[in-house]
Design a protein around this ligand. Structure first.
Ligand code: G3P
Ligand code: MG
Length: 231
């Protein structure tokens, strides 16, 4: 079972920062998940629409020029990273889950991401694109047939894997709050990988490993390594 650091190693370092991503890999994570917005000046890692919770700025992220965003402190002196800065520190073979919180335009988004992975020499197979906005994912799939796509859901729907099948997703990325053994069997029957968020409790980690899920997103990758693999 893969251990994916949720917003980086975000308990011990500020979320969605290069510091949190580097720490995640020091803690032997198999990959990182981060939240992104397509800003008019590029794709950047940030969770919220507004700046207040995680930075010393005020107002809306997308209304703020990139030059100003770059000056903000998002904790421990870290700044908001651009996609290319994250890809530059990604170890070979690490999974890179780009969660889309906002995009302006699907065509320019796909072009920007393709250019960034090419420049950073990232293997396309190591990318996982996910979003709660399944309409965007359908449009990305039409333009990028080979890329891994994860249908994010917080719902145990009546037809639980419909969204992933309709998107032609490679995985379903589901909340720990609604997952159960029937769901896992259904997803496996449909050939889907299963990632679960956000898994910080050791008992949950062990249960999901036993159930055979593909990976977990955790804020505590060091704890997961220890509990699951004794590292
Ligand atoms: O990708 C899984 C998880 O990150 C989704 O929720 O709000 O933590 O981005 P959130
Ligand atoms: Mg996220």
């Amino acid at each position: 079972m893969r251990i994916i650091a949720h917003r980086g190693a975000s308990t011990k370092a500020p979320e969605n920062t290069l510091k949190a991503f580097k720490l995640a890999f020091q803690q032997l994570s198999d990959g990182i998940e981060f939240d992104t917005h397509q800003h008019s000046e590029g794709i950047i890692a940030f969770h919220d629409k507004t700046l207040e919770r995680t930075s010393n700025g005020k107002g809306f992220l997308l209304d703020t020029p990139l030059s100003r965003l770059k000056q903000l402190d998002v904790g421990e002196g870290e700044s908001i990273p651009c996609l290319h800065e994250i890809l530059d520190i990604l170890p070979k073979d690490a999974l890179c889950n780009i969660e889309i919180k906002h995009l302006n335009n699907v065509d320019t988004w796909v072009a920007e991401v393709k250019k960034a992975i090419e420049e950073a020499n990232i293997n396309e197979d190591n990318l996982l694109i996910s979003s709660f906005n399944h309409h965007w994912l359908v449009q990305i799939r039409q333009r990028w047939p080979r890329v891994n796509i994860g249908a994010l859901t917080a719902t145990y729907a009546l037809d639980p894997t419909y969204c992933a099948r309709a998107i032609k997703a490679t995985s379903i990325n589901i909340s720990i709050d609604v997952i159960n053994a029937d769901f896992i069997n259904d997803a496996k029957r449909n050939g889907l990988d299963i990632y679960v968020y956000t898994v910080d409790i050791p008992e949950d980690m062990l249960k999901l490993k036993q159930w055979g899920v593909t990976g977990i997103f955790t804020n505590v990758p060091d704890v997961a390594q220890h509990v699951l693999y004794g590292n």
